[in-house]
Design a protein around this ligand. Structure first.
Ligand code: FES
Length: 106
């Protein structure tokens, strides 16, 4: 699926991310700045935090309790749109997904 990552400064990166990869891995593998993923995707660091475009929030699988708890440690999480990108697995249905990076990762 084509995913657009928008840096905090507005710079956009649209890349193809394979099904089964996570949105965090898509950023990391394409050297897109703004998503760190320090824990490697174990939902244990919150440095892969993004704000999902409001139009997409309902279209991607909901966060589980572990993600919800870890988001409390992210920088300025928004209860409505914040997600940890290592917990979002890419599918065809996510073609066109837009995520925005926070000002910083913790
Ligand atoms: Fe650590 Fe997502 S990469 S919580």
């Amino acid at each position: 699926a084509k995913i657009t990552y928008v840096e905090h400064n507005g710079t956009e990166h649209t890349v193809e991310v394979a099904n089964g990869m996570t949105v965090m891995e898509g950023a990391r593998d394409n050297n897109i700045p703004g998503i760190e993923g320090d824990c490697g995707g174990a939902c244990a660091c919150s440095t892969c935090h993004v704000y999902v475009d409001p139009a997409w929030v309902e279209k991607i699988p909901a966060k589980d309790d572990m993600e919800e708890d870890m988001l409390d440690f992210a920088f300025e999480p928004n209860p409505a749109t914040s997600r940890l990108t290592c917990q979002i697995k890419v599918t065809d249905a996510m073609d066109g997904l837009v995520v925005k990076m926070p000002e910083k990762q913790i």
